[in-house]
Design a protein around this ligand. Structure first.
Ligand SMILES: Nc1ncnc2c1ncn2[C@@H]1O[C@H](COP(=O)(O)OP(=O)(O)O)[C@@H](O)[C@H]1O
Ligand SMILES: O=P([O-])([O-])O[C@@H]1[C@@H](O)[C@H](O)[C@@H](O)[C@H](O)[C@@H]1O
Length: 376
């Protein structure tokens, strides 16, 4: 298992995030309800910035790119920014992603090995959304990063040639399969995990499967463990997995054991589904999270003091308390979690400009904001 190197790092570890930013347009029953900055790289940035983890980010966009971001992307003047249209159908609302049809409308340039810096990184994150990560790019990443985290969506998404509908192919057919023994963690949603054999892949790398409102499960060569979710009022599932990965990696970089880091992943995933687009993280909340992470270290659960990689996969005493403390942070009155009081089935239109979000209240929806409290 190639996870050990990250345990020997500390919060000054430098990461490399690779994946394009994109424009996301969310539609409900044929109507545009929100336009937001997207791309796994942008969701992950929010979490890493919030937890003060330094990183370089390689993303490409077109000259139409509409947002201000902390990390400036490479602008390709001859391309448009990758654009996704996500169609939600309120007639089949399962509270997750199953009701969504996702179409890639434009694809910006792929990220090639020559786009990556030559210097070494403590960790890398291969987090493409529109097919921009090539096998040779991932190969280069595993060469320059001590440990690489991969979102399987970067490897197995294919796009219908006529209308861009996102489909998935088996990991074996993806052209990336041979690289699995060289990566640290493969993250997949439950739907994506159907496209590879977890029992086979866990022999080569740690596999984390996310289960929406039910949390996640971590598999490694000799064991597996379920990690409890956090309650959330889901209004938009987009980017939950990306924020999850940001939380998981941040936890590991800060020296948490794998179950605690995965819990942090669940925490940021739950914050993301409560908002449309990128999560807006309250500074007070982030400070509480950092303090709680620090407490976990003080309890002696410091992975970078352990040389036994295997031990880092099991829950240590205090894990449940860590969950309780993070849950409490979400409902601390001082922390203004900006969860929306409406969901995509009955929502005002949200337009993000720069890094600000505007709600354009459509008069047809006035007075019809749908409370999502009590939704699964
Ligand atoms: N409705 C929800 N309530 C609470 N947490 C959620 C919810 N949906 C997602 N999450 C959190 O976000 C993580 C990723 O969500 P999931 O839907 O599994 O991934 P993806 O966004 O990649 O499809 C989950 O493991 C969970 O921790
Ligand atoms: O995780 P998920 O919601 O299936 O997939 C998402 C895409 O649909 C979206 O276009 C993009 O902005 C997100 O970063 C993420 O990749």
């Amino acid at each position: 298992m190639v996870l050990e190197p990250i345990f020997s790092q500390n919060s000054t570890s430098r990461g490399l995030i690779v994946g394009n930013y994109c424009h996301d347009v969310l539609m409900r029953d044929g109507m545009v309800v929100a336009e937001t900055l997207g791309g796994a790289a942008s969701f992950i940035s929010v979490v890493l910035d919030g937890l003060s983890i330094p990183y370089n980010l390689i993303a490409k966009v077109g000259s139409d790119f509409a947002y201000a971001t902390n990390h400036i992307p490479i602008v390709i003047p001859t391309c448009k920014t990758t654009l996704f249209h996500a169609y939600f159908d309120s007639a089949i609302d399962t509270g997750g992603h199953q009701d969504r049809v996702l179409k890639r409308v434009f694809a910006c340039d792929p990220i090639r090995p020559s786009d990556l810096p030559e210097t070494g990184f403590d960790f890398g994150m291969a987090v493409g959304v529109g097919g921009e990560i090539l096998p040779e790019t991932l190969e280069q990443m595993v060469g320059i990063c001590n440990v690489v985290f991969v979102d399987v969506q970067a490897l197995i998404r294919v796009f219908d040639v006529v209308d861009g509908t996102v489909k998935l192919v088996g990991l074996k057919e993806s052209g990336f399969f041979h690289l699995l023994p060289r990566i640290g963690v493969l993250k997949a949603s439950a739907d994506e995990a159907l496209f590879f054999d977890v029992e086979e892949v866990r022999k080569w790398c740690c596999v984390v499967v996310t289960h929406g409102k039910d949390g996640c499960k971590v598999y490694w060569k000799d064991g597996e463990i379920e990690i409890a979710p956090f309650a959330a009022n889901q209004v938009d599932p987009t980017g939950a997995g990306d924020s999850f990965l940001g939380g998981l990696v941040s936890g590991l970089v800060h020296g948490l054991a794998v179950p605690d880091a995965a819990l942090l992943g669940n925490f940021f995933g739950s914050l993301t589904v409560g908002q449309v687009g990128l999560p807006r993280l309250d500074l007070k909340l982030l400070q509480i999270v950092k303090d709680e992470m620090q407490k976990r270290k003080m309890q002696g659960i410091v992975c970078n003091e352990r040389r036994d990689d295997e031990l880092n996969f099991w829950k240590h005493p205090g894990h449940e308390q860590f969950h309780t403390s993070l849950s409490a942070a979400k409902i601390t009155p001082a922390c203004h979690i900006q969860e929306c009081e409406w969901n995509l089935s009955s929502s005002p239109r949200v337009i993000e400009q720069g890094n600000k979000t505007n709600l354009l209240i459509n008069s047809a929806h006035e007075g019809s904001f749908q409370s999502v409290h009590g939704k699964p």
